[in-house]
Design a protein. Structure first.
Length: 444
């Protein structure tokens, strides 16, 4: 893509400013050339470049006298200007001439040695009839007086090395200086882009700064900040709704659970106990999501063995009611990690309940704690197919019928574990079934 048609504002501004600068320089040179041309044409009239061609055509003979051997440039000038004449003399008095030298000029050669440069006017004093130039050549110093040749034109001005060099220099300076200047002026835009890149759903309340951006972008920054405020307000309303709904749901669920526990033992009571446990777990999951979003977690040193053992004991009645066996084992008596006990307990509850719900009937659930800060929940059920081991941690993703959970449990577990700077994996348990393993960094 051509730079001046690039989608980058920085590139377009830089290139257009460079082109504009070049056009201004050329226009300035053209305007400045007019008075210079008028001055030279009125004062000098003849183009003194002819003196260089004359000097290049003068040679010294063996006797020391000067001889003319016209080069191609001088021949072309003589053919184009039949009235061209000149008289050249060196410091030793040698001379050479061409054309009809005016009689009024003949007395001057004796005085040429005292001249450096001169423009000779006619009798009226208004028009230049000849020019005198002193040149240092291979033959030594040479004085040339000439007239009737090419007159000064605009090419003499625009072809002047000073003007050409100045134009090239200013153009190069424009190419070198303008892009960094544009980049420096738009650096505030890069800063705002970096601020926007750091905005995340977990870092609400962030706003873009308009301190260093151009005034033309202030309205855009204000509009983006207003949109971020609306998003924050919407997320806050959603959090309040989830929290209120979960709190309102917990009370009737607790009452329902109490009434079901008073029913006589039987298969129907076991099914109802499992169903109400799922409903209670969904309410707790909603509350956990709200706590994580609001960053209400409180970290402190936690004995992982005691915490997992307590959760396993609390979940044992649910597993037994579903016809499953559950066991707990720890490699050591104490493993200390930095954790939020409430949310980490909920993660382990979800893993055990996931095994109860999806492991099938009459399975064995094994919960263990390793000395390296790992928590393992294994079951002897059908396991998780390898192609589903990444997708099961996505919200509302289920690989079983719709009446088996809401699809939030494993997503919530992963979010809680990542909040603890840990990670969770799923694989095959020894002897078959699924093995979920949480690894947490040890405290200290």
């Amino acid at each position: 893509m051509r730079p001046w048609r690039s989608g980058s504002l920085r590139a377009r501004l830089a290139w257009r400013m460079v082109v504009m600068q070049a056009l201004v320089l050329m226009a300035f040179t053209g305007v400045a050339a007019v008075p210079i041309y008028q001055f030279l044409s009125e004062d000098q009239r003849f183009d003194d470049d002819i003196a260089d061609d004359i000097a290049a055509s003068v040679y010294r003979t063996e006797t020391g006298s000067l001889e003319l051997l016209a080069n191609d440039n001088l021949l072309e000038e003589a053919a184009a200007y039949p009235g061209l004449w000149f008289y050249a003399v060196n410091a030793q008095g040698g001379s050479v001439q061409m054309g009809d030298v005016p009689d009024a000029i003949m007395p001057l050669p004796d005085a040429l040695a005292r001249m450096t440069s001169a423009n000779l006017a006619g009798e009226s004093g208004e028009e230049t009839v000849a020019i005198v130039r002193r040149l240092d050549t291979d033959l030594g110093r040479l004085w040339i007086i000439t007239g009737g040749g090419p007159e000064i034109g605009f090419d003499a001005v625009f072809g002047n090395p000073f003007f050409v060099g100045l134009l090239i220099l200013l153009t190069v300076v424009s190419f070198v200086a303008i892009p960094p200047i544009v980049t420096r002026q738009l650096r505030g835009v890069d800063d705002v882009a970096a601020e926007a890149d750091r905005i995340d759903v977990d870092r609400r309340g962030s706003r873009l700064s308009s301190t260093h951006v151009p005034d033309e972008l202030h309205s855009l920054v204000r509009a983006v900040n207003a949109a971020l405020q609306r998003l924050d307000d919407g997320i806050e309303r959603r959090q309040r709704f989830l929290a209120d709904a979960a709190h309102e749901l917990r009370t009737p669920v607790a009452i329902l659970q109490t009434r079901i526990e008073l029913l006589p033992d039987g298969a129907e009571r076991s099914r109802l106990m499992l169903d109400v446990a799922r409903l209670a777990n969904l309410a707790n999951q909603l509350l956990d999501l709200q706590r994580l979003d609001a960053d209400l977690t409180v970290f402190g040193p936690v004995n992982l063995v005691d915490l997992v053992a307590q959760v396993t004991a609390e979940m044992a009645p649910l597993a037994i009611a579903a016809g499953d066996d559950i066991a707990f084992d720890a490699e050591v008596d104490s493993v200390t990690v930095a954790a939020d006990p409430a949310s980490l307990s909920r993660a382990i509850v979800n893993l055990i309940q996931n095994a109860v719900i999806h492991g099938g009937r009459n399975i064995t659930i094994r919960v263990g704690v390793g000395r390296d800060g790992s928590v393992r929940v294994a079951d002897s059920g059908p396991g998780v197919a390898e192609e589903h081991r990444q997708s099961i941690f996505e919200p509302f993703n289920r690989i079983v019928p719709l009446d088996q959970g809401a699809g939030l449990g494993l997503s919530l577990v992963r979010e809680i574990v990542e909040h603890h700077n840990g990670h969770i994996t799923v694989g095959d348990a020894p002897g078959g079934g699924a093995l979920f393993e949480i690894r947490l960094p040890l405290a200290g």
